[in-house]
Design a binder for this molecule. Structure first.
Ligand code: ZN
Length: 129
């Protein structure tokens, strides 16, 4: 089994999909600070720790993406595993930024920094350097 984060949200001002994960996180596209909040970091950490303990890695064998929360979580799995497997010792912050720069964000370029912010919060909590 795996722990999913079933969460979807769209900004009421501009319609951008994002996760208002901390009290001060605005919409990454229009900057609106909405009242909607979701404790994504805690749920993501529970899922990440579960995978690591169960499978020895963050990425599970199968991952069905059923929501925006799962989509972001899937990106975190790969980032953390690839960072751990790299041999050149690049710090997680630089590694994550490079990887997310290379990703194809299609019509959601604002998601890059948004996901990077989430990755930094999660990396800190996991003690990843
Ligand atoms: Zn917005």
């Amino acid at each position: 089994m795996t722990l999913h984060v079933q969460y979807d949200h769209e900004c009421l001002e501009c319609g951008a999909a994002y996760i208002p994960y901390d009290s001060e996180v605005p919409c990454p596209r229009c900057g609106a600070v909405e009242t909607e909040r979701f404790d994504f970091i805690s749920e993501a950490l529970a899922s990440l720790r579960f995978n690591k303990a169960s499978f020895g890695q963050y990425t599970p064998i199968a991952w069905f993406v059923g929501s925006l929360g799962d989509h972001v979580l899937g990106t975190l799995f790969h980032l953390l595993d690839e960072h751990e497997e790299q041999s050149d010792g690049t710090p997680f912050a630089s590694f994550a930024e490079e990887r997310l720069d290379e990703a194809d964000w299609a019509d959601q370029p604002y998601m890059k920094d948004h996901v990077l912010g989430i990755a930094m919060r999660v990396g800190d909590s996991l003690g990843v350097r």
